[in-house]
Design a protein around this ligand. Structure first.
Ligand SMILES: Nc1nc2c(ncn2[C@@H]2O[C@H](COP(=O)(O)OP(=O)(O)OP(=O)(O)O)[C@@H](O)[C@H]2O)c(=O)[nH]1
Ligand SMILES: [Mg+2]
Length: 220
């Protein structure tokens, strides 16, 4: 019997992620990995962010979905270059998928690459893609207890974006509860409260993202 240890697979992923990051650094492209549950509001947030950032950054997107190209079509509608990855069942993107998707992009025409990961709070936590920043998106509809129940994804993120804050009054969602949990798990990570559909809170997030990515030093 042959057993391939998960640790070995993760090690190979980490090596490929480091190669991706070197390629991004050489091309002066800054990369953000956007993670969160299905329907949390990742694509809507990216649409709102790009509207804010378009005068400052040249964005592109890699969209990860189990199937279909709905989110890529949304990006095409707002004029953002996009590559769709269909994982055909896998619950997260990995560094090899990103390496292949990047071949389809002209990195000389891009300085901000957003990767929308598969909607999942568990599998996405373990896989470095070669990004510079990871942002976890949590919508008010999911409940304010999620950082306690799914700590790894919050612990490994550089910022928490609470979305659908316009719905909070209907959902008994307490932003201060998840903010306290996030501070415990990732003390340096800022927490943003956003309504992407109304545009509330998007500007401070766009400013933070822009400044933080600009200040990010090559990691390899
Ligand atoms: N009220 C409200 N609705 C929102 C907000 N952001 C997103 N939505 C809605 O939430 C639903 C899901 O949004 P998406 O942006 O597609 O979510 P997603 O995380 O990209 O979903 P997947 O890619 O399928 O994982 C859509 O009906 C959006 O219109 C928000 O800030 N407020
Ligand atoms: Mg989406």
């Amino acid at each position: 019997m042959k057993i391939v240890a998960a640790k070995k697979i993760l090690k190979i992923n980490d090596q490929l992620a480091a190669e991706n990051r070197s390629q991004f650094d050489a091309a002066k492209v800054r990369v953000v990995n956007v993670v969160g549950s299905p329907g949390a509001g990742k694509t809507t947030l990216l649409e709102a962010l790009f509207a804010q950032l378009k005068s400052r950054r040249r964005p592109a997107v890699i969209e990860g979905d189990i199937a279909g190209s709905i989110d890529s079509e949304r990006m095409e509608r707002i004029g953002v270059p996009v590559v769709q990855i269909n994982t055909d069942g896998a619950c997260h993107l990995d560094a090899n998928m990103i390496a292949n998707a990047v071949k389809e992009l002209d990195l000389t025409a891009v300085d901000l690459l957003a990767i929308e990961n598969i909607g999942n709070l568990v599998c996405t936590a373990g896989f470095d893609l070669g990004e510079h920043l990871r942002i976890v998106v949590l919508s008010t509809a999911e409940g304010d207890d999620k950082a306690v129940k799914y700590p790894a994804i919050f612990q490994g993120s550089d910022a928490l974006v609470i979305t659908k804050i316009d719905l909070a009054p209907h959902l008994n969602f307490k932003p201060e509860r998840i903010t306290a949990d996030m501070k415990r798990l990732a003390p340096d990570a800022p927490v943003f409260q956003v309504s992407a559909t109304r545009g509330d809170g998007v500007a401070p997030l766009a400013d933070w993202l822009s400044q933080t990515l600009a200040a990010t030093k090559p990691l390899n």
